[in-house]
Design a protein around this ligand. Structure first.
Ligand SMILES: Nc1nc2c(c(=O)[nH]1)N[C@H]1C(S)=C(S)[C@@H](COP(=O)(O)OP(=O)(O)OC[C@H]3O[C@@H](n4cnc5c(=O)[nH]c(N)nc54)[C@H](O)[C@@H]3O)O[C@H]1N2
Ligand SMILES: Nc1nc2c(c(=O)[nH]1)N[C@H]1C(S)=C(S)[C@@H](COP(=O)(O)OP(=O)(O)OC[C@H]3O[C@@H](n4cnc5c(=O)[nH]c(N)nc54)[C@H](O)[C@@H]3O)O[C@H]1N2
Ligand code: SF4
Ligand SMILES: [Mo]
Length: 723
C-alpha cells in the first residue's frame, strides 16, 4: 500500500503523556467500547489540544464509574489508542492498482472514489438489476448508528439483495423461542444469587471477562460451578473438584443427547417439579416419551461423557436451588445448534428453576433493549423498493462463498452478485468456507467496495477501499447484550485522516448515486432521536448510561407467563412441526460429524474446532497490531498427545490440516485442552499469518443450522499429517 497523507501528530505517543508545554486544553470524554463483546465497557478518553493542531487523544482508560465494567477494560482494548493512531490505519480512499488480493493500492480523493463507485454501481444495476448488488456487514462496531444507521435505508431504496446477518446469536434466540415463545432470559448479573452455575458452551473468562467477578462472588457464597465444553478452556481451568465443581467434556455437537439423558434421570428419579410443570408447561407426556430412549449409557456412547457423570450432573441440577445455566453462542455453531437451545430451555421448566431469583437461563440480554428502540425508525420500510409487491430476495451471510461463485446468487432466477459493499466486517477471515469466498472475490466481473480502518484480508480484494473512523471519532449509543446499561459514546477527537463513520458513508454514497430521498441524508442526531422515541438523549449524553427495563424481582418469568401460543413452556411445539422439524427435543447428529457421516469421518478422522482463543484478540480485529499479534505467537493446531504419537509428530512439528474445502500448514501444540480425535485451530489470524494459504475458516463448514439461519462452522472434519 502506498499512502502518504498521514495526519498523525508528529511527536505523538499516546502513552507518553501530554503534548508537552504547548497544551492549552485538556478534557475527558466518556465513551464505550464498540466491539461485538458482551461486556460493552465504559471508557474515558483524555483529549488534549493546543491552538494549532487537532485535538489528540492521549489516554484511554476504563471509566471507574461505569456501573458494569467499573474501570476495567481488557488486554485487547487497553491499547485502543494503538488502533486509533496505528501507522497502518487507512487514512484516505484507495484505488486498487494490482491484482485482487495483492494489496497494491494508490490513494485517491473521496470525490474520485465516490464517482467510481456510483458509475460502477449504476452500470451493474442497469445490466443486471439492483439485486446484483449485495450489502455485507456485521458487528465490527456494534453501536446503534454504526450497525443500523442508514445502511438499510440506502440499500432498501436501491432494491439490493437483502442480507441475513445471523452468524452470531440469532440461532440462540430462535432455538429458545420454540420452547418459551421468546428469546428473553435472565440478566447474567442475577447469577450472583445462583447456587449452581453451569457455563454451557461459553468461555466466560476469555469472552465475557467482566462477568467473572459475579460468578466468583456466587462461588464465595457457596455456589457450585459446572463447565460444559469440548475444550478444556481457561474457564474450565477454574473448576475446583475439591469444592464439588465439575468439568464435563462432550464431543462437539452432541450436547442434545446429554440434555435428553439428564431429563430422563430427572424424570425417572422423581426430581421433576410437578407443580410447576402442571401450572406452566404443555406436553409433558410427549417429553417423557421423547427422553425415554436416552439412557445415560446411550448418551455416554454418543457424547463421550461417562454415564455416572451424566447422572450426577442431572441430580445436582435438579436438587440445587437456584440453578442457572449461562450460555452464549459457542454451541449454536452446529447444524443442530437451534435444537441445542430449544432443548436447553426445557431443563429449567422441568425443575421449575425460573420460579427462583437466580434460577433459569442467562443468555444475551439484547432482547430487553427492544423496549427502548424503534427499529423501523432506522430501517424505514416505507422506503423499500418492491417489485410486484415483493421485497428483494435474501441471502444468508454465512453462504457468501457459494453466493459469490454462483451464476444465480440465491439459487432463484435472479442475477449473480456483481457489486459487493462491505463495512463493519472482515468476511474473508470470519465467514466459513473462506476459500470459496476468496475465489468469489477474485472474479473480474465483481466490483467490491470495502469501508475499513485497516487493509484487512477482505479489503485487499476491494476495487475501492474507503477509510472508516474508530469509536472515539463518532458519537453513538451502545445497547449491550451482556448487561443492561445502555451507554452513550461521545466522539473524543475528529475523524483521523479522511476517515468517516458508517452513517456518513451512506450519506455520501446516497449523494453520489444521485438519490434525492431526503431521509437518506438524516443526520446522526435525527436518527438517534427517532430511533429512541422514549429516551431523553440529552440526559443520556450527560449521565452516560441508563438501565434497560428488566423485571424488578430479577425473574424474567416470575409470573409464569411465557410468550408461546399456549402462554406456557412448550415441551412439544406445533410451530416446529410446521417447519418440518421434530416437535419434541430430538438429537440429530450433524451431517459433518463422526455420528452423522461415518464414511466422511474415515476420510477426515478429526473433528476441528476454531474458537476464539487469544486474550489480545477480538474476532479478526487485532493480529495486525504489533502489541497484539506477535505476543500471541501466531497460529497453531492443538493435538492430543495420543493422537500426536499416532501421527508421529511432536511439539512444534509442522503438519498439514486439510479437508475438501481447504488446507493449512501449522505447527503442532501438544495440548491437554483437546481430547483424542479433536483438534483446534485459533480463529482470528489473517492470511498473512498463515503464509497466505488461508485461515482457520478456509477449513470450516458453511452448512446452515436446522432453523434460525445460523451456521455450523464447528461441524468440521479434517485430516492431519506431518509435512
Ligand atoms: N471459525 C470461526 N469463525 C467465526 C467465529 C469463530 O469463533 N470461529 N466467530 C463468529 C462470530 S461470533 C462473529 S461475531 C464474527 C465476527 O466477525 P466480524 O464482525 O467481521 O469481526 P470483527 O473482527 O469483530 O470486526 C470486523 C471489522 O470491522 C472493522 N470495524 C470496526 N469498527 C468499524 C466501523 O465503525 N466502521 C467500519 N466500516 N468498520 C469497522 C474492524 O476494523 C474489523 O476489521 O465472526 C464469526 N466467525
Ligand atoms: N478474547 C475474546 N473475547 C471475545 C471474542 C474474541 O474473539 N476474543 N469475541 C466476542 C464475540 S463476537 C462473541 S459472540 C463472544 C462469544 O462468546 P462465547 O460463546 O463464550 O465464545 P465461543 O468461543 O464462540 O464459544 C464458547 C465455547 O463453546 C464451545 N463449544 C463449541 N462447540 C460446542 C458444543 O457442541 N458444545 C458445547 N458445550 N460447547 C461447544 C467452544 O469450545 C468454546 O470454548 O465472545 C466475545 N468476546
Ligand atoms: S472488548 Fe469487551 S472486554 Fe474488552 S473493553 Fe471492549 S467490551 Fe470490554
Ligand atoms: Mo460474535
Amino acid at each position: 500500500m502506498t499512502s502518504d497523507s498521514r495526519q498523525i501528530p508528529a511527536r505523538f505517543d499516546p502513552y507518553d503523556g501530554p503534548m508537552a508545554d504547548t497544551v492549552t486544553d485538556s478534557r475527558l470524554v466518556h465513551g464505550v467500547c464498540h466491539h461485538d463483546c458482551p461486556d460493552s465497557c465504559g471508557w474515558s478518553v483524555t483529549v488534549e489540544s493546543n491552538d494549532s493542531s487537532d485535538p489528540v487523544a492521549v489516554a484511554l482508560r476504563g471509566n471507574r464509574e461505569h456501573p458494569y465494567s467499573q474501570g476495567e477494560l481488557c488486554p485487547k482494548v487497553n491499547r485502543m489508542l494503538d488502533r486509533v493512531y496505528s501507522p497502518d490505519r487507512l487514512l484516505t480512499p484507495l484505488r486498487r492498482t494490482g491484482p485482487k488480493g495483492a494489496g497494491t493500492f494508490e490513494p485517491i480523493s473521496w470525490d474520485d472514489a465516490l464517482a467510481t463507485i456510483a458509475q460502477r454501481t449504476h452500470q451493474v444495476i442497469d445490466e443486471h438489476g439492483p439485486e446484483a448488488v449485495l450489502p455485507f456487514s456485521d458487528a465490527g462496531n456494534q453501536g446503534v448508528l454504526a450497525m443500523m444507521g442508514l445502511s438499510s435505508r440506502f440499500f432498501g431504496h436501491m432494491g439490493a439483495t437483502r442480507l441475513i446477518r445471523a452468524i452470531c446469536g440469532p440461532t440462540v434466540g430462535a432455538g429458545m423461542s420454540m420452547t418459551n415463545g421468546t428469546g428473553r432470559a435472565m440478566d447474567p448479573a442475577e447469577l450472583e444469587h445462583s447456587r449452581l452455575i453451569i457455563l454451557w458452551g461459553t468461555n466466560t473468562r476469555l469472552t465475557n471477562r467482566h462477568l467473572w467477578p459475579t460468578i466468583e462472588r456466587a462461588r464465595a457464597a457457596g455456589a457450585q460451578l459446572v463447565v460444559i465444553d469440548p475444550l478444556r478452556t481457561m474457564t474450565a481451568e477454574a473448576v475446583d473438584e475439591a469444592r464439588g465443581d465439575r468439568f464435563v467434556q462432550p464431543r462437539p455437537g452432541t450436547d442434545v443427547a446429554l440434555m435428553l439423558a439428564m431429563m430422563r434421570v430427572i424424570i425417572h428419579e422423581g426430581l421433576t417439579n410437578t407443580e410447576w410443570v402442571d401450572a406452566h408447561t404443555v406436553a409433558f407426556d410427549e417429553l417423557v416419551a421423547a427422553v425415554e430412549e436416552w439412557s445415560p449409557a446411550r448418551a455416554a456412547e454418543v457424547t463421550g461423557v461417562d454415564a455416572d457423570t451424566i447422572v450426577e450432573l442431572a441430580r445436582d441440577y435438579a436438587t440445587t436451588t437456584p440453578a442457572a445455566i449461562r450460555t452464549l453462542v459457542g454451541a449454536e455453531h452446529h447444524e443442530n445448534g437451534a435444537m441445542f437451545f430449544r432443548t436447553m430451555a426445557c431443563l429449567p421448566a422441568l425443575t421449575g428453576a425460573w420460579a427462583e431469583r437466580g434460577g433459569g437461563i442467562a443468555k444475551s440480554v439484547g432482547s430487553y433493549s427492544d423496549a427502548l428502540l424503534d427499529v423501523q425508525a432506522f430501517h424505514r420500510p416505507d422506503l423499500d423498493v418492491r417489485i410486484d409487491g415483493e421485497l428483494p430476495r435474501v441471502v444468508n451471510m454465512s453462504r457468501l462463498g457459494e453466493v459469490l461463485t454462483s451464476a444465480h446468487a440465491a439459487f432463484d432466477d435472479g442475477p449473480g452478485i456483481h457489486a459487493l459493499f462491505v463495512w463493519n466486517c472482515n468476511p474473508l477471515v470470519i465467514v466459513p468456507n473462506a476459500e470459496a469466498i476468496r475465489r468469489g472475490l477474485e472474479r473480474d466481473d465483481l466490483f467490491t467496495v470495502v469501508h475499513e480502518q485497516f487493509l484487512t484480508d477482505s479489503a485487499r480484494y476491494a476495487d475501492i477501499v474507503l477509510p472508516a473512523t474508530t469509536q472515539i471519532e463518532a458519537d453513538d449509543v451502545m445497547l449491550p447484550w451482556g448487561h443492561l446499561w445502555a451507554t452513550w459514546n461521545g466522539a473524543a477527537i475528529p475523524p483521523v485522516g479522511e476517515s468517516c463513520s458508517n452513517t456518513e458513508l451512506f450519506r455520501r454514497l446516497a449523494g453520489a448515486m444521485g438519490y434525492t430521498e431526503p431521509t437518506l441524508f438524516d443526520d446522526d442526531e435525527t436518527l438517534l432521536r427517532n430511533g429512541f422515541p422514549t429516551i431523553d438523549l440529552d440526559e443520556l449524553r450527560t449521565t452516560g448510561w441508563l438501565r434497560v427495563p428488566y423485571p424488578d424481582d430479577g425473574r424474567p418469568f416470575g409470573d409464569g407467563d411465557f410468550e408461546t401460543a399456549s402462554r406456557r413452556v412448550e415441551f412439544a411445539s406445533d410451530l416446529l412441526e410446521q417447519i418440518g422439524q421434530p416437535r419434541v427435543p430430538t438429537y440429530v447428529p450433524p451431517r459433518e460429524s463422526p455420528g452423522g457421516d461415518p464414511d466422511l469421518a474415515t476420510l477426515f478422522p478429526f473433528q476441528l474446532l476454531t474458537p476464539k482463543h487469544h486474550v489480545r484478540f477480538l474476532n479478526s480485529s487485532y493480529p495486525q497490531l504489533p502489541k497484539h499479534g506477535p505476543p500471541e505467537g501466531g497460529p497453531f493446531v492443538e493435538v492430543h498427545a495420543d493422537d500426536a504419537q499416532e501421527l508421529g509428530v511432536s511439539e512444534g512439528s509442522e503438519v498439514r490440516v486439510w479437508n475438501q474445502r481447504g488446507s493449512l500448514q501449522l505447527p503442532v501444540r501438544i495440548s491437554t485442552r483437546v481430547r483424542p480425535g479433536l483438534v483446534a485451530v485459533p480463529f482470528g489470524w489473517w492470511r498473512d499469518h498463515h503464509d497466505h494459504h488461508g485461515t482457520a475458516n478456509s477449513l470450516t463448514n458453511d452448512t446452515l443450522t436446522e432453523w434460525g439461519g445460523g451456521v455450523a462452522y464447528s461441524d468440521t472434519l479434517v485430516d492431519v499429517a506431518p509435512v
